[in-house]
Design a protein around this ligand. Structure first.
Ligand code: G3H
Length: 538
């Protein structure tokens, strides 16, 4: 254990050729169907991986991406506005079947880039090979399921309804121009979980990749270009404040799909001059607690809590970020929990059996160290050997105990490998934490007494978006609704819900007189309208 970090970073010669990357200077970006060349300043892409050279370490620079300005961002927006053309553009008026065909083409081109995207996920954000592959495959499955859900929606909308002497057809139509931005921890999956539904419902899009995990979109640029009509997808790069701020100020963004911080969402939303015309779909901060009751099955609880708090080093919005453990079992819990943490292997993302990897955010290890020192000042101890040790971008997980409300870690979302454990005696102590929290994404309850679990469930149904019983917090399966209360989210995402949030229902209605029925049936029989139609996709 003492030599934990000695060999954690590789020497250049020991990086397997299959997983090595060569420097990529990206100058292209996609506007109006053209891959344009950026001659200006670039943003360095630094990997969380350091390369060892004798006794020194050098952070690997794997490429650079364009630092566009508000000028290019506004050109992208203009292209999207023009492609939407006040709802009369080719894309928003295309039939559902035709739009699906474009998405299917994109999916097949995207699948060809799997190895490249997976490799960049490892190098850009330090995600393990297994999890990077999972992210790619999950995203492809999400696209397949989205197509399936849209076909079902289309089938259900193909019939006319009759109500109180009216007949009508109700269908979902696009909202306009969407701005889609995803987070660095799922730079492919979470971004595409808004981008794809936005597109398939007929919106046109400006898409800005996440803070880190930017280069991995590059292998897909051609696929976007070849799969969609000009202006339907526009991909820009650069600093948020220089680019997306300018877009919001125009008032031409109709849908704001953003997965990131609460502060980022607030700052951008308030720039829009017509708040009521802006629909927002937001996935924001969370501080999901686990509550471990005295009769919890400790073996399975610990397995869930270790995975819940440390998968991808705790960098998941759904991660368990604070553990409330009943006083009667807390010592046993900590002994067994720390023993399991000690089994997690640190290493490079491409190595077999690795669970702990370096962190991509600059300054993150200092922030985590600060949280740990603050907790220690207020009486917590690091309970695991070498907990909180740092080498460059590596932070070895720290289990902190006993944690109390005076500590920053009790309140702040650490988004990293610190596991605060709070001992509690009375149910109210854990319940109060959830009720008084500014966050409201999910909670996990571990126990075996059905009555007790039921009472916790009922306490939390109006507090959070999902209550997990003897299971860690998580987003999946992607067909389940994913949302949050309070500062944690706006809107609900799932395969089916996402189709709804990026669209609005419009209906054609008429009094069901003989004359009107005649007109409607002629339109349908002669296929005179795209909207008013009983055709559906098999
Ligand atoms: O970072 C937030 C993600 O939506 C979490 O998804 O629970 O599947 O890891 P996950």
């Amino acid at each position: 254990m003492n030599n934990l970090f000695d060999n954690v970073f590789p020497e250049a010669s020991s990086i397997p050729e299959k997983f090595d990357v060569s420097y990529v200077e990206q100058r292209e970006y996609l506007i109006n169907g053209e891959l344009r060349h950026w001659p200006g300043v670039l943003n360095k892409v630094q990997s969380p991986v350091y390369v060892k050279d004798n006794d020194s370490y050098k952070q690997k620079v794997i490429g650079a991406t364009p630092l566009l300005t508000s000028i290019e961002a506004l050109q992208a927006l203009d292209a999207a506005v023009e492609a939407y053309n006040l709802g009369h553009g080719l894309w928003p008026t295309l039939s559902v079947a035709d739009r699906i065909a474009h998405i299917e083409k994109f999916l097949s081109l995207m699948r060809e880039q799997r190895d490249e995207v997976v490799k960049l996920l490892m190098w850009e954000i330090g995600k393990t090979l297994k999890d990077s592959e999972k992210e790619f495959d999950r995203t492809c499955d999400y696209i397949v399921d989205t197509i399936k859900a849209l076909k079902e929606l289309d089938r259900n909308s193909a019939k006319l309804v009759e109500e109180q002497g009216f007949m009508a057809q109700i269908r979902r139509v696009p909202l306009g121009v969407a701005l889609c931005m995803g987070p660095f921890n799922y730079p492919l999956n979470e971004t595409f979980s808004t981008l794809i539904p936005a597109l398939i419902m007929g919106n046109t899009v400006v898409f800005k990749p996440a803070k880190y995990g930017v280069l991995l979109i590059r292998p897909l640029l051609k696929a976007f270009q070849e799969s969609f009509p000009p202006g339907v997808v526009n991909i820009i790069y650069g600093k948020g404040r220089d680019t997306v701020g300018a877009l919001m100020e125009t008032g031409k963004v109709d849908v704001f799909a953003f997965i990131g911080t609460n502060k980022g969402a607030n700052d951008l939303k308030r720039l829009h001059p017509k708040p009521h015309r802006l629909k927002s779909i937001l996935g924001l901060d969370a501080k999901n607690p686990a509550i471990v009751l005295p009769d919890a099955d400790l073996a399975s609880t610990i397995t869930e809590c270790v995975a819940g708090s440390l998968s991808f080093n705790g960098q998941r919005c759904t991660a368990l970020k604070i553990l409330f453990v009943h006083k009667s079992i807390v010592d046993d819990f900590i002994n067994r929990f720390t023993a399991e943490v000690a089994k997690l292997k640190p290493g490079m993302p491409w190595e077999n059996g690795i669970q702990l990897t370096p962190l991509p955010e600059p300054g993150k290890t200092d922030y985590l160290r600060g949280l740990m020192e603050d907790a220690k000042r207020h009486g917590a101890k690091v309970m695991n050997e070498q907990g909180g040790e740092i080498l460059n971008s590596f932070f070895y997980p720290a289990v902190l105990y006993p944690v109390n409300e005076k500590m920053k870690i009790y309140h702040e979302e650490q988004f990293g490998p610190i596991i605060p454990v709070v001992p509690f005696e009375k149910d109210e102590e854990a319940i109060r934490y959830v009720v008084n929290s500014n966050f409201g994404q999910q909670v996990s309850i571990f126990g075996s007494d059905s009555k007790k679990i039921a009472s916790y469930i009922d306490m939390f149904t109006n507090q959070v978006g999902r209550i997990n019983v003897n299971t860690q917090c998580q987003r999946g399966p992607d067909t389940f609704p994913f949302n949050g209360r309070k500062d944690s989210a706006e809107g609900t995402l799932s395969v089916a819900d996402a189709l709804r949030v990026f669209s609005i229902r419009t209906l054609v209605a008429t009094k069901a007189t003989d004359g009107n029925k005649q007109i409607i049936s002629t339109i349908i029989r002669n296929r005179e309208s795209v909207f008013l139609s009983t055709d559906y996709i098999m």
